[in-house]
Ligand binder design. Structure first.
Ligand code: ATP
Ligand code: LTN
Length: 327
């Protein structure tokens, strides 16, 4: 029996190379090894206000990008979270076994709510319970995510274990898979900050659909330092970030990359890095154009995939309801 993989991505903003290297690339690479379910988490997206038309367009765009990146429906499911009502139903149940204190510790909530916590939605606070529901609903063993989601995964495990203790063995307790390279791609303009979709800076992120000229310009502007030698040194976050992106795209070893750039300058590194990113994204961009041309087909693929896995979710929800004395 193959292990079950589940992961999700929000259909908001522009997908960047951090999302790609931290999550999507892993999803695509391990499709044959696992039994995969990938989810466009629109219910997570609405934890902050969204424009309805933009949200709908964002879902299609993300679906097109994921198919273009290589998600194959013969090996994986890809569906929209709100199309399977059991996600919301299980999230409610998990709300009732999750202590407030556990959610209050979540760093993502603290960052996203900012200073004005009173105005943040209850949904933003409760985001991790919905994420736990996504994962636990499919008896998931493994969850491939970027480093920033580690804390949410720990919470999911805690909630599953607490439920299992209180009501008897019900949930599989999942484990994260975090990539060894580029698990936390940093902003090109500020290597102290995670590359993020919600960051507005023009030179912050390389997006999956950026044109070659734009990619070159962004990489050339990337922050480095005043030293010269090109080495993987975590105390020099700008250069380390560029080298890690290079490594993740090429698959070469650190030693080979350091040897390649020995005696060269930051200008050379940036030129070669831009080239590697452009070539890495080119096939995705070409395939994306085909998917984007036929939105009705995208909708049909997402609907078929949801129909296929809906019974899995219904089974687990039924199991949970029985345990609780519901339904
Ligand atoms: P935002 O950046 O606006 O907070 P996000 O990109 O973190 O949003 P998602 O779209 O849900 O949120 O993330 C999808 C996947 O991409 C997750 O697995 C997440 O861990 C990963 N990811 C996000 N940013 C990075 C990054 N900078 N480096 C590596 N992985 C990342
Ligand atoms: N919170 C995740 C997105 C997400 C997710 C999931 C990831 C929602 N549900 C289930 C893995 C498994 C993020 O990346 N921001």
């Amino acid at each position: 029996m193959k292990k079950r993989v589940f992961s999700g991505i929000q259909p908001t903003g522009n997908i960047h190379i951090g999302n790609y290297l931290g999550a999507i690339k892993q999803w695509v690479a391990s499709q044959t090894e696992y039994d995969n379910i990938f989810c466009i988490v629109d219910l997570h997206a609405i934890t902050v206000a969204q424009d309805p038309q933009q949200l709908r367009a964002g879902i299609r765009k993300l679906a097109g990008l994921l198919f273009a990146a290589g998600i194959n429906l013969n090996q994986s499911a890809l569906f929209v979270q709100s199309h399977i009502a059991a996600h919301s139903e299980l999230a409610w149940i998990l709300n009732c076994v999750t202590p407030m204190g556990w959610l209050e510790r979540m760093t993502q909530f603290k960052e996203k709510a900012g200073q004005d916590r009173e105005r943040a939605s209850v949904g933003l606070f409760d985001y991790p319970a919905l994420m736990a529901a996504d994962i636990l609903l499919y008896d998931t063993h493994l969850v491939p995510v970027g480093d920033d989601q580690k804390q949410h995964l720990e919470l999911t495990r805690d909630v599953a274990q607490r439920f299992n203790r209180q009501y008897g063995d019900t949930f599989v307790v999942p484990k994260p898979i975090i990539p060894k390279i580029a698990a936390r791609v940093m902003g090109l303009d500020d290597p102290a900050k995670k590359m993020s979709k919600s960051e507005a800076g023009k030179f912050h992120a390389v997006y999956l659909l950026d044109e070659p000229g734009v990619i070159l310009k962004k990489v050339k502007r990337a922050a480095t330092d005043s030293l010269r030698d090109i080495r993987f040194d975590e105390s020099r976050p700008g250069v380390f970030n560029l080298l890690s992106i290079y490594q993740a795209f090429t698959g070469e070893s650190q030693a080979a990359i350091e040897a390649k750039f020995a005696g060269k300058g930051y200008g050379d590194l940036k030129k070669e890095l831009a080239e590697v990113i452009i070539e890495g994204l080119r096939p995705i961009q070409e395939r994306y154009a085909q998917f984007a041309a036929d939105p009705a087909q995208l909708d049909a693929l997402l609907a078929q995939s949801a129909a296929k896995i809906r019974p899995l979710a219904a089974d687990v929800l039924q199991r949970v309801q029985t345990r609780l004395g519901l339904g």
